[in-house]
Design a protein around this ligand. Structure first.
Ligand code: BGC
Length: 748
């Protein structure tokens, strides 16, 4: 597998911050010994045994259901079995009772933790902390592999620019660069820096473009041009491949008419050909069979052939390969060499994971690893860093010493299942610490709980009970949002306001005159504009996982200073979607022109500015990408570049001073954006090129140096070739994508 090196340096007070790439290289990668073992096995396999390796099925019930098929070598992988005793038995049948003794690859959607649940991936992206994200993925791998799961269908690398799409929860948001950094971190975390029995193969998905579903409706068609694919959607996958990702999943969508599972261009030409990927390509669940529904194939035999020709190695749940490949080979419709290639890719992963040497797990030890204190601590740190402070009139942080009575209310205050978020199959809600539980433990006798609404969609006309309790309290902590079921796969929404009577509950609380601190837990950026005036402070927690409660208590009471930043643009209203910071410049850019409410009835046709905006909502978001407040303030000064003119092989060195000008310690996510002013095709108004978390004591200043290789400015232009186009650029260093002043530079 290809590798990538970091360029980070640190020197005394001058902190040289990053660029890109993980700290050290992964050592999981094919060697000549691996290839010898793969070839030796392959040479002994019958055609039927080869095809069996290409078949993945979902576990169901008793081991005996699949025992016969395993003995005959008809299954290469099972998903959705997490019982270590059953997994051991599956492996025993494969090793001892099948002809060649090839172990099974046991897979599961371990998406943001296994038993110990971390924040949803969108929340993890809000940390802008790849090291912490890697630690989270490693923790998930330790827990999952201890029970026999050696393959996870994660990370999801789909760029998502439409919050209606429920699966926005599962990825890193809207930005290509941030997504790529998170991709590397998760691959390193799951697979480990060294291959051993705790390595869990990562599966980068969904290849490709799935997040661009028209209208944000899951499974819908996409219409991405090759240039958009190459400049925006493919780079995170390429970064993950370079980081050593062992497997990849094709997506459900058709792009410009071609379903991904039959898309030779993206799988064979780009992934295999251009990037040299020699890992395993699996379909999504029945995505081979769904090519029939798409109208891309006549029957299962036809789509099995098309998937194989496109470069797919393993069929998840269509049984298309198992049922038809033998016949297709015999009639000459497909070549056996294509099957050999697929089987090589599968066996290679099994060898690299050490499955032949360590097929079994120790059931008792496996149980002991789950919810280990250090895992819970990592989950709590991740939750703390994932929370974004969106509003604060000074009410936060609360002072623990002076608080006498706290009202806790809202449908997410004590929702142990729902705060885990989507894809938390294995997280036991009995281990979840909710905000209510954490606050009660911390302030015995001082917390009153009145739910107000039992679930997010409940409607109520009046809130006498909550309002009466609020009047008796010093402070009101209200936990709003959406349950896990409202985001994730197949759970898209057309309305992104807080559901049910949540906004009314908030307004009723505010009307008491008591300080109201709102926390939103959700799988997506909801449209909370109408709620902002009704709270003194707003924390956005996404779904924070098992340890969300203590994390939020620490943030509310100032033990931890918020540092999360929006990984996706927050809209004012759903009709603005898709709205993202890295858009191309129109010929008539919006400049804050008049809105329809500001003009009289008599306004003429051209009096509204004739720029690109909505008459009722303008074209600005509620909160831009990269945004998040702190309990302290940061000042950026002395931003200078080492040169005015760079060559294509140079490195841009940006120097600046970051100062913590407030009264408490804090962490800022320093972000660098670049704009290429003129290109052979129009270029985004800004693109993130580097970021770094910097922690400063109250009053502390630090000189930073950020390095960006000029090669990072390359893109696919009019001729379809990736290169840096010479010309003028602008660069910003700021705490979000909408701040800072541009610094000009030129590339020759
Ligand atoms: C999802 C995948 C998931 C697979 C296996 C599909 O429905 O799209 O992301 O990995 O199921 O559970």
């Amino acid at each position: 597998m290809k590798q990538i090196r970091t360029l980070c340096l640190a020197a005394g007070l001058l902190l040289a911050v990053s660029c890109r790439g993980p700290k050290t290289d992964s050592t999981i990668g094919a060697s000549s010994d691996t290839e010898r073992r793969v070839e030796s096995l392959l040479s002994r396999m019958t055609l039927a045994e080869k095809i069996g390796q290409m078949n993945q099925v979902s576990a169901g019930g008793d081991v005996s259901n699949y025992a016969d098929a395993l003995r005959k070598g008809q299954i290469g992988s099972i998903l959705n079995e997490v019982d270590p005793a059953k997994i051991n038995e599956y492996q025993r049948i494969c090793l001892e009772e099948s002809r060649l003794g090839i172990p099974l690859l046991v897979a599961r959607d371990v998406i943001h933790g296994f038993h110990t649940v971390f924040p949803i991936p969108l929340g993890l992206a809000a940390t802008f902390d790849p090291d912490l994200v890697e630690e989270g993925a490693r923790t998930a791998a330790l827990e999952a592999t201890a029970q026999g799961v050696r393959w996870t269908f994660s990370p999801m690398l789909d760029i998502a620019r439409d919050p209606r799409w429920g699966r926005i929860a599962e990825g890193s948001g809207e930005d290509t660069y941030l997504d790529a950094r998170m991709a590397e971190a998760m691959v390193y975390g799951y697979q480990g820096r060294q291959a051993d029995s705790t390595s869990m193969a990562a599966c980068i998905k969904h290849f490709v473009g799935y997040g661009a579903a028209e209208g944000g409706r899951d499974y819908n068609s996409t219409f991405l041009t090759e240039r958009q694919l190459r400049n925006v959607y493919l780079p995170p996958f390429e970064a993950a491949v370079k980081a050593g990702a062992l497997t990849l999943m094709t997506s459900f969508n058709d792009n410009d008419g071609v379903p991904s599972t039959g898309n030779t261009f993206v799988v064979k030409d780009v992934l295999r050909g251009e990037w040299g990927f020699d890992g395993l390509v699996v379909t999504d669940w029945n995505s081979m069979g769904e090519m029939i529904a798409h109208g891309f194939g006549t029957d299962r035999k036809d789509v099995a052939r098309k998937a194989l020709e496109a470069g797919v190695d393993m069929d998840m749940m269509t049984y298309g390969f198992l049922s038809h490949l033998e016949e297709l080979v015999k009639t000459g419709a497909v070549k056996e060499s294509a099957i050999d290639d697929a089987v090589r890719n599968i066996l290679r992963v099994k060898v690299l994971l050490g499955l032949f040497e360590h097929p079994y797990v120790d059931v008792e030890k496996g149980v002991a690893v789950q919810y280990a204190p250090e895992h819970l601590a990592a989950a709590q740190r991740s939750a703390e860093e994932s929370v974004i402070l969106l509003k604060n009139d000074g009410v936060l942080p609360l002072k623990a010493a002076t608080v006498r009575s706290i009202l806790v209310t809202g449908p997410m205050a004590d929702a142990p299942h729902d705060q885990l978020g989507t894809w938390a199959f294995d997280g036991d809600k009995g281990h979840t610490v909710t905000p209510l539980k954490a606050l009660r433990e911390r302030f015995p006798g001082k917390v009153t709980f009145v739910p107000g609404l039992r679930y997010s969609r409940e409607k109520r006309n009046a809130f006498q009970d909550v309002v009466a309790a609020a009047r008796r309290a010093d402070v009101v902590l209200v936990f709003l949002g959406e349950e896990a079921i409202l985001s994730g796969e197949a759970h898209s929404l057309a309305d992104l306001n807080l559901k049910g009577s949540q906004s009314e509950l908030l307004a009723a609380l505010k009307a008491t005159g008591k300080p109201v601190v709102a926390t939103v837990m959700a799988g997506r950026p909801l449209t909370v504009e109408r709620d902002l005036p009704n709270c003194n402070a707003l924390l956005y927690a996404f779904h924070p996982g098992t340890m969300g409660g203590p994390a939020l208590a620490n943030l509310l009471f100032g033990d931890v200073n918020p540092s999360g930043k929006t990984p996706v643009t927050f809209l004012r209203t759903v009709g603005q979607a898709p709205l993202y910071y890295s858009h191309n410049m129109t010929g008539r850019p919006y400049n804050g022109e008049t809105l329809i409410d500001d003009i009289g009835m008599e306004a003429g046709q051209t009096s509204l500015g004739n720029t690109s905006y909505y008459l009722d909502y303008g074209a600005y978001p509620l909160f831009p990408f990269g945004y998040g407040l702190s309990y302290t303030q940061f000042a950026y000064s002395g931003i200078v570049l080492d040169k005015a003119v760079y060559g294509k092989d140079d490195e841009i060195k940006v120097s600046l001073t970051l100062s913590n000008t407030g009264n408490c310690d804090g962490t800022e996510v320093v972000q660098v954006y670049v704009r290429d002013l003129v290109g052979s095709v129009t270029r985004p108004v800004k693109e993130l090129k580097s970021f770094e978390r910097v922690s400063l004591k109250a009053g502390e200043s630090r000189d930073l140096e950020i390095r960006i290789p000029v090669s990072e400015l390359a893109f696919y232009g009019l001729d379809g070739v990736k290169k840096v186009e010479p010309g003028d650029f602008q660069l910003w260093v700021a705490g979000d994508s909408a701040s800072g002043d541009p610094v000009p530079f030129t590339v020759q």
